[in-house]
Write a protein that binds this ligand. Sequence first.
Ligand code: PLP
Length: 421
Amino acid sequence: MNTERSKKLFEEAKKLLPGGVSSPVRAIKPYPFYTKKANGSKITDIDGNEYIDYVMGYGPLLLGHNYPAIKEAVIKQLSDGWLYGTPTELEVKLAREIIALYPSIDMTRFVSTGTEATMGALRAARGFTRKNKFIKIEGGFHGAHDAALVKAGSGATTLGTPDSAGVPADFTKNTLQVPYNDIEAMTDAITTYKEDVAAVIIEPVLGNIGPILPKKGYLEDVRKVTEENEVVLIFDEVITGFRLAMGGAQEYYGITPDMTTLGKILGGGFHIGVIGGKREIMETISPAGPVYQAGTFNGSPVSMTAGLAMISALKKEKVHEIVNRKGDAMRKALGDVISDMRLDYNVSGISSMFKVFFGDMPYNYQDALKCDKEKFNSFFKKMLSDGIFLPPSQFETNFLSLAHSQDDINKTVEAYQRNLK
Ligand SMILES: Cc1ncc(COP(=O)(O)O)c(C=O)c1O
């Protein structure tokens, strides 16, 4: 595979962008490929190589690249302008759709990213309860904002710097951490700091270190202990929202959180974030209440349009049924490869997410750290040379889309078989 043009571009990029990239996970070693275009399940680099893509923009592209209905809706919107600085009917319509699909949500605030959504949700929970601390899950990622950057997600974990420089200790002193799937630790943290715990923020399925699935009853227990102690439960569904089901993990597992954050899939590849929740909490947000939140691009007409087109496509095309079936097929085939080869590896995942862990099946962050990262890294490179683009980390989830064909899946499974050897 010739990647000379990417190699050359990266040499220049290193002088112009920190680490040569615009976001750390993209810094594939020794250099990343530079994308020229993408369509369906395929991504093509500037040297003309084509890859089957399981990164899918790190989650948003559930319908695949370049999905016609999203593109057409956005192009139509562009002809009427793309930024107004005023309210639009689009945001009212999209709020109506989301509220109908997520019974836990009475009101929404539209922001531009998942990071802004979790930052705003935590601020609202703190403003509402007038308490300061929040509990997050070790290894959970809620975006790159100061208070949440404590043992956060794959970028930080892979680089071996779980806590970021430049974040004063004062800014994280109210961030408590507990292991995933450990209700005793969660209960202990809540009861120890009861007077001052505003919220628990949790990815219902730990997507940024896995996927790692909740043990049976864990999410129910989290709901119970937060409710009993008047702690706001925030489901961060930036990855799981519109993926596990239209109504996200909360629909799939039948749990009702107090607040929800959404992003990724909803925007169909355009920038979006949603803070959603119970009316009494949401009405603390400015200008209705004293919790400040604002943004030039909040409720962007382009993103609102993409969101409406996305929901309409998801409803029409039975996407979840089809994509989840592909997920089952992929996990089963990879499980068979691993057991035929007698490897001590494990396939994790749910719906359209899958991952081969190079080690025992993890149930939390510490388990996941025991996987063989070196082996994964050399496997990743072999897969890339075979035209299969996986997320470049043992701790990032692979995503399937509506666009992935049976042929893509067969080629991918064959490549796993070849390269796991
Ligand atoms: C669960 C979760 N929350 C929040 C975020 C932050 O979203 P964004 O990258 O859109 O800021 C991410 C990003 O990967 C995420 O996975």
